[in-house]
Design a protein around this ligand. Sequence first.
Ligand code: SF4
Length: 895
Amino acid sequence: MNLDDTVVRTTCPYCGVGCGLLVSPDGKGGYKVRGDKDHPANHGRLCSKGSALGETLSLDDRLLTPVLDGEACDWDTALAAAAGKFSSIIEQHGPDAVAFYVSGQLLTEDYYVANKLMKGFIGSANIDTNSRLCMSSSVAGHKRAFGSDTVPGCYEDLEQCDLLVLTGSNTAWCHPVLYQRIVNAKKDRPDLKVVVIDPRRTPTCDIADLHLPLQPGTDTILFGGLLTWLYQHGYGDTGFVEKHTENLRATLDAAAWYAPSLTAVAELCGIDEGNLRDFYRWFAQTDKTITVYSQGVNQSSSGTDKVNAIINCHLLTGRIGKPGMGPFSVTGQPNAMGGREVGALSNQLAAHMDFAEDDVDRIGRFWGSDNMANAPGKKAVEMFEAIESGDIKALWVIATNPAVSMPDAGRVRSALEKCEFLVVSDCMQDTDTMRYADLRLPALAWGEKSGTVTNSERCISRQLPFLDAPGESKADWWILSEFARHMGYQGFEYTDPLDIFSEHAALSAFENDGNRDFDLGGLHGLNKLQYDGLAPVHWPVTSAGESPLAGKQRMFTDGRFFTPSGKARFVTVNPRPPGRLGDPEYPLILNTGRIRDQWHTMTRTGKSPRLNGHIYEPFAELHPLDSQRLSITEGQLVTVESHLGEILVRARISESQRPGSIFVPMHWNDCFASNAAVDKVVNAYTDPVSGQPEFKHTPVRATAWEGAWYGFVLSRQPIDATTLPYWVSARRKSLYHYELAGHQAASDWSDFTREMLKLSDDEHDWIEFFDSANQAYRGARFIGGRLESCVFISGDYSLPPRDWLMGLFDAEEITRQQRLRLLSGIPGDDSEDQGAIVCSCFSVGRNTLCDAVKNKGLVTPEQIGEVLQAGTNCGSCVPELRQLIADTLASAEHA
Ligand code: SF4
């Protein structure tokens, strides 16, 4: 598509789907973001997060200048201080006394420079990325099976298959555009079967022909059982196995020991035997089978074995490297794959090379370095342990928030506190991690950066800027290169990301000769015009290709793998119990993950009122059987406590949970809530091969929290509620929304509220009401007839609907009757209370939708879409629409 000069073609900075975007001015001083129809990942589609990117561009909470020991300074001062401190620590304690902790949010060019600097010039491999937390088990599993970290297929395979197995992946919420592609493929071909394997009944199950709610942690048994069953029933592809694989016998023997029969597997996994048989039969009889897996598989203390248990089944059936077939790992982050390519995991070198002697030598010669790291460095969890013990004394955190996202986050915070010198580069001025920094460096944000990213299907895309760099903010590659110059290193004289990309491409092809999967030789030497206009391309792109810029969608099409023998390896796996088992003291198993409309630690999505409208408060979801047993009711506050600590969140009761399990989202942190950073509770057991932590299995207990009062505030101005035991803040429309609770009722609610809202004694338009019988207090402030803020407090946690009140803030003048209703907390019949947002794209709320089902006879998502538009843009809410329709019809039947 030809674009006019005002449109910039770029990519989404959120998940590993890697959607292409078109960004253009909206004519009102902002930007509108559309899906790029020409991008192979999304063909024009976007999810709710991508669509709301335009709402996240404000500079109000940005870090715009370097800050050293709390004082703003210039770049030269900042980098001289950093280089001085790193140099003196290296001189006294050696290179392993310093470390970088980086991120899948970085562009490949930033990542490349960070890795080159640490491994090639500082001489330590202590650089690890937060992708360790996301998909390092897939990397390790790929390397064990294929001899290389290669994703075999592409997204089209998910549409071309006849059986799609989604395991450990809530695709509907975590990779929404990919999910929409699957939904559409299934609409076109209803015979395409979908099996979802997940302990929870997630929104992804909306399209499932079969849901297997397995016992958490039993995936290896399930797929080991499948391997045994396929072999015993003669479904192996003998020709492929003999010619292209090795180690089948030992793998089968091991699987036969732990998964001897279908009955035994069903019992161990806690699933219905008939359903398991259906799955095994479908897998056996469907040639075009894809198994997609994600964090539910990777984030486990036996994640690598789970990955290999899946790959084993595809090798036995020869289903790899062909259209519509293969194991397929979907990454969480936008550039997790780019990090893998440049070696930003501490146990890898650049360009998919390892610490083998000839790889170290080759890269050292290419970089002109005689100080190469020659052994793996610390993986993320080990790195923070080494900081806590004092072995690592200087740490540089780039574009990530480990104080929130690492397991046992309390210990990570204590390590950051102890760290002798902590540098944090980030675009935000306040994050939980930034609070510990000695040196804060302002980095560019999405919309300002230039470089490349690689998505889950090995597709490299350009990210291009459409905004000027604000304040003193700089690109991460520039910051690192200048730091290298201050350290006295040669080889970092880059003036543009193109210089770095070209070097990265050249290194990938250097002495490669087809021995390494990752080869961008065909992209070496692009000029600026070619680089800026680079169309999305699947690597490898070799210089020997027929067309210089042609990539490769599918790997292993010739049955040749990157092991020494050229054959794929069956990997013998043995199921292990999780790192820590539940016990009577901690009887529930905590699972953590994402929600639909938030991203990571909310630094960006938390700015979007539209996205906050879906779920604005951190929660713990429990099965009704557990909530009854524990006397916890919907909407109550609960503590979730493990042996490491506790958090305080809102209870949600849902049959989607498996009894005995509890789910808490990963996003909230100390910037948005009093105590809801779930990783403070999560244990730090790791996979022995990949080092990936076990985020999906921590034994906990849940207890109802008894407050003396509960309340909320809606205000046009922010307030400070941080002294309260429970607070959550969210941007909603043009308002600040706070949920609050306390241990002790105030002696005078009027004084308490006036102080909280910072009202003056002569505040002239303030109305309030106190009902002592019900311990209910309500107050509202008006300026020029408009509602400025309102406060609701009660001895009970059931409070008036917030969305109705938010509607009152839209009015230029609040009538007398509305004031009375406001104080009574009861919406009138004519008041609009659309309820919590279900469709973020068109801001359609739950109450509006329930009314449409009950009173307008709209009983399918399609009918609702026609009348209310809900679900017709990104489609992320369609599973919730279907559930809402079912629930509303069921309750109408019982009324
Ligand atoms: Fe961004 Fe959504 Fe696409 Fe992921 S699916 S890349 S979050 S638009």
